[in-house]
Design a protein around this ligand. Sequence first.
Ligand code: CP3
Length: 350
Amino acid sequence: MNLKNDLIIRAARGEQVERTPVWLMRQAGRVLPEYREVRKQAGSFINMIKTPELATEVTIQPVDILGVDAAIIFSDILVIPEAMGLPYDMIESRGPWFEKTVATEEDIRNLHTADAGDLHYVIDAIKLTKKELNGRVPLIGFAGAPWTIFSYMVEGHGSKTFSKAKKFLYTQPHLAHQLLEKITQSTIHYLEGQMNAGADLVQIFDSWAGILSPEQYNEFSLRYIAKICDALKAKKETTGKKPIIVFAKGAFFAREEMGKLNCDAIGLDWNMDITESRKLIGTSKTLQGNMDPCLLYADLPTIKKEAEKMLREFGPLKHIANLGHGLYPDIEKDNVKCLVDTIQNFRFKS
Ligand code: CP3
């Protein structure tokens, strides 16, 4: 199916675009009253992501309401641990919670290597969303990076330090690699399944990249992200044609290495200087980002001024506008709309 708006795909490939495209991490979520309404009716977050009709509805909401240039499938990175044998719960105002965690070699052996069929509810939601979008904008699929998924599987919940997950790397590096490998294979199957179901591009989220040392990051994270990119790109006629964005929060120290990944775009967080990032990553890749989500608490003229400043600094080519991390639930919808409108109305003087 032809896309009516393919700006994000073209920008990811480094092609000329009439204007900089924009989508926002966590664009589907509690910033939208319309989302909160569906969420109330669904009862739980997990029920929502497991019911394709509901997932489709909230995936499309930000396209209708905010006018963003892409939809991102409504799901969570934690569906992978569940498909591998660790069910989770999403506890109101506390976040994810796993009953079982991974500590021993036996725990790792007992985990299942997931395939796309284990995540049929996401695959069905992608197919339904593609149908309902009817080519209006591209659909982004996603998965967590193996290191971030590993962190949740070992800790069992969120953490400020993720010290239990880091302890695992220092005390049982061999086992850590076994677990990371199993997550990597599951993630490859899952992302292939998403692309084959209709996802037009994918993003890999490494939310806990920033807690590792540069050396550990290369060994325990980047290596596995590289494997995923290589596996998807190897199938030249299918998944290999679709752009991959890698977003590693806090990985300022790894930007040069990330420039060598077999991916199309690198997401920057707001701590990463734009000009310096371009120098470190090189000119081959598209950059995505990187507004501080907290800027959206400011008044509208400030949001407009800062958004235009960001666009100029990235320049007209190889940029996908986004935040440096997800939207916070208490940000005003009108402020988000102001950001999207500013970016879409901006033109570089020729
Ligand atoms: O709009 C989108 O970006 C698509 C949907 C999406 C969600 N989670 C929905 C969600 C995406 C891409 C994610 C990814 C995700 N999930 C990440 C990586 C990105 C990041 O933020 O670093 C991580 C680390 C998770 C794990 C997770 N899921 C946590 C820690 C939490 C609790 C925090 C919170 O905001 O409540 C979630 C829950 C979650 N995932 C919500 C949403 C909309 C909130 C659930 C609700 O409605 O109550």
